[in-house]
Design a protein around this ligand. Structure first.
Ligand SMILES: Nc1ncnc2c1ncn2[C@@H]1O[C@H](COP(=O)(O)OP(=O)(O)OP(=O)(O)O)[C@@H](O)[C@H]1O
Length: 226
């Protein structure tokens, strides 16, 4: 089961011209949250703090007892590999590798290798309707299929935090709704916390917990200030 997340006093500077201030929040383990707000407000940057892909200029990002922003780079890599599943907006699949190999690469980073990894990767891809696409490379797949491979790679190591950046950006509305439903179902099965970045109102309104970074003063009853 996932631990809670707590962010406090988080500020990030990109050079002298861009300073991003973030609201404090606490999110219980296993919760679902959608992050919205206008382009450029800092949504992807925020998700990167939680994933340990980026360290804020100041403030604290805590996952359970771990202060993510204080970890060494190597420790952050291992936190990310073991705890985080990240579905990138543009999928970030390895073009020269098959769907199966892409998932195996992710599992390898999390320390799952050999026959166990093979079984797990096939299982996850199969459960996402990709049993017939194992040996296809990303360029031989449709956008929706690429997204499902990206999701399979993100969840195969059973992460406690499932993070998705604009998961509906490349999909038509009906496939977008399917993608979000799939994320929620997968997170629920894993007992994982799910955080989705979206500026799509059709997605945002389906989440009871919402944080609009365009209105950082807004407080939501479920989001207890840290
Ligand atoms: N590597 C970087 N160097 C300098 N500025 C950056 C960098 N990455 C992001 N920024 C700036 O920081 C701000 C927040 O960027 P971020 O990508 O987090 O926003 P966003 O809300 O996710 O935007 P979008 O909805 O358009 O994806 C933007 O003004 C962006 O130009």
């Amino acid at each position: 089961m996932a631990d809670s997340l707590a962010l406090s006093g988080v500020v990030h500077r990109y050079g002298p011209d861009v300073t991003l201030h973030y609201p404090d929040l606490q999110l219980p383990g296993g919760a679902e949250l959608v992050i919205s707000g206008p382009s450029g407000v800092g949504k992807t940057t925020w998700l990167h703090f939680i994933a340990g892909l980026l360290t804020p200029t100041s403030g604290q990002v805590r996952y359970g007892e771990v202060t993510v922003n204080a970890l060494s780079e190597a420790a952050r890599d291992s936190y990310r590999a073991s705890t985080v599943g990240y579905v990138f907006q543009d999928f970030h699949l390895m073009p020269g590798y098959s769907a199966l190999e892409n998932v195996l690469l992710g599992l390898g980073l999390a320390g799952v290798r050999g026959p166990q990894a093979n079984v797990r990767a096939r299982e996850v891809l199969g459960s996402l309707g990709l049993a017939g696409r194992l040996n296809h490379s990303p360029r031989q797949l449709s956008t929706g299929e690429r997204q499902r491979v990206a999701l399979a790679r993100a969840v195969a190591h059973r992460p406690a935090l499932l993070l998705a950046d604009e998961p509906t950006a490349h999909l038509d509305p009906s496939r977008g709704a399917d993608a979000v439903a799939l994320l929620r179902r997968t997170a629920a099965e894993l007992g994982a916390t799910l955080i989705v970045v979206s500026h799509d109102p059709a997605v945002v309104e389906t989440f009871p917990r919402r944080l609009d970074l365009g209105q950082p003063a807004a407080r939501f009853p479920e989001l207890v200030p840290a």
